[in-house]
Write a protein that binds this ligand. Structure first.
Ligand SMILES: Cc1cc2nc3c(=O)[nH]c(=O)nc-3n(C[C@H](O)[C@H](O)[C@H](O)COP(=O)(O)O)c2cc1C
Length: 434
């Protein structure tokens, strides 16, 4: 059975500004490169007792996309969350750091620092990175499976560094003049396929500190990696069956690694377009997505399906027999697979296909409706054992965020599905994994 209380996070990617959302008069888009915009949201998320706020990240910028919105232009997530640590006191702060390009020593130090600055509230979303190799030398992106081999070694190094200098070593004994018991501080002496790191780290870990690990990416290699190390996965599960299958599979894989089957919480992205009525929510969704770049979608979907969609009539069904080979070296095989799965299950017309989030390479669970609709869908997903909570991605306008925090979360509390207050100080304790 899923854990008794849901685990709920909120994306600080300001998803309610994506597509046309930033053009809304109340969007505050001018403020997205400063801390105050996010501090206000994080404080409200904390008032609703959410488990965490989460900042995704990319180490590149898509310049043409900037014509139409802020996209992935963003502050460094760990620095931003360090600033938010001063504005909040209980909520978890989950940063994203990619394993393909960064040196593990630097990431270990940054996240350990965030954990100290926030008094035990740091979390790390481990990504192998969607793209951006060109900013880190001349080597092209590795295949997904290779990238996960590197991610495993990277994570092993980071965890060893976190253990290398425990707080207990610090004596700060004024009387004897002994600052540290250096017998407790150890080099890690790591020499592996990708990294050579002697250690130890130069920031002590918090006493009993436990930094929750998140992972995103659901290919075979991604799932194996999550089963070995993650406390939670950020999952793209557009429908219930997909969520149930992923959750069952991760439970089986976690057990095969000697962990408890429930050790990896499945947290789907939940895109919420909320309104006072269904009609209002639908209008919000439609205005947000009107005039979206259909050439870009057609191109992405054609590549993912191995099929030239520009040749098809708008109402022609697309059948599994029409699918070509999946592209080699796709940015996210998880998203390619979700789009192909949609064709196999539903045989959509070209028009239907292009109206679905999968065709934009997103594939999150979407609710367009009232707070009641969202509540019912969440209860249904949990009942189907398709999720242990969710990461909220409010869409379209600030009203989706407002309705999430002011009405939907309180309804989940009333129904006994979510906490009334924080019971512990640290993020790991509040998640029940310390
Ligand atoms: C739901 C989801 C969220 C992701 N978020 C990020 C992110 O914030 N930054 C990033 O560089 N990569 C992100 N990724 C990419 C993954 O880390 C990974 O590089 C990619 O999905 C390839 O792994 P896969 O083969 O398992 O799909 C995300 C992937 C998924 C499925």
């Amino acid at each position: 059975m899923p854990h008794s209380s849901l685990c709920i996070g909120l994306s600080l990617a300001a998803t309610w500004l994506s597509a046309g959302g930033w053009r809304h008069p109340a969007s505050r888009v001018e403020e997205v490169h400063g801390p105050d915009f996010y501090a206000g949201v994080a404080r409200r998320a904390e008032a609703a007792c959410l488990d965490f706020v989460f900042r995704p990240d990319a180490l590149f910028i898509d310049v043409p996309a900037l014509e139409h919105g802020p996209g992935f232009s963003s502050l460094d997530p760990t620095l931003l969350l360090a600033a938010l640590a001063r504005d909040t006191s209980r909520i978890g702060l989950v940063t994203t750091a990619a394993t393909s390009f960064n040196p593990p020593y630097v990431v270990a130090r940054q996240i350990q620092s965030l954990d100290r600055i926030s008094a035990g509230r740091a979390g790390w979303n481990i990504v192998t990175a969607l793209d951006g190799a060109w900013n880190f030398g001349s080597a092209p992106m590795s295949t997904s499976a290779e990238a996960y081999r590197k991610a495993s070694e990277f994570t092993e190094v980071v965890r060893a560094l976190w253990r290398s200098f425990p707080q207990e070593a610090v004596l700060a004994d004024r009387r004897t003049g002994r600052y540290a018991d250096t017998s407790c501080i150890h080099a890690i002496g790591h020499e592996g396929e990708h990294f050579c790191v002697r250690g130890p780290l130069n920031v002590p870990a918090r006493a009993g500190g436990r930094i929750p690990l998140f992972q995103a990416g659901a290919s075979d290699a991604g799932r194996d990696f999550a089963a070995r190390v993650a406390d939670a996965v950020f999952a793209a599960t557009p429908d219930i069956a997909c969520g149930t299958q992923l959750r069952q599979d991760l439970r089986r894989r976690a057990a095969a690694c000697g962990r408890s089957p429930g050790a990896v919480r499945v947290l789907p992205g939940l895109s919420l377009y909320l309104g006072a009525s269904r009609a209002q929510a639908r209008e919000l969704y439609e205005t947000t997505h009107a005039g979206q770049d259909s050439a870009r979608k057609l191109n992405y979907a054609s590549q993912a399906l191995g099929l030239d969609l520009a040749q098809l009539a708008p109402d022609q069904p697309i059948t599994p027999a029409m699918l070509g080979e999946p592209p080699a070296g796709a940015r996210s095989p998880t998203h390619v697979e979700l789009l192909r799965r949609l064709v196999v299950r539903e045989r959509p017309s070209l028009n239907d296909l292009l109206s679905r989030p999968e065709a934009a390479g997103s594939a999150h669970w979407i609710v367009v409706g009232t707070v009641d609709d969202a509540f019912d869908e969440i209860i249904e997903r949990i009942g189907a054992e398709a999720a242990d909570g969710f990461i909220a991605l409010p869409g379209g306008a600030p009203q989706s965020l407002d309705l999430l925090l002011d009405e939907l979360v309180p309804r989940l509390v009333e129904a006994g599905r979510f906490r009334r207050g924080y019971t512990a100080e640290t993020f790991a304790e509040n998640m029940g994994i310390a």
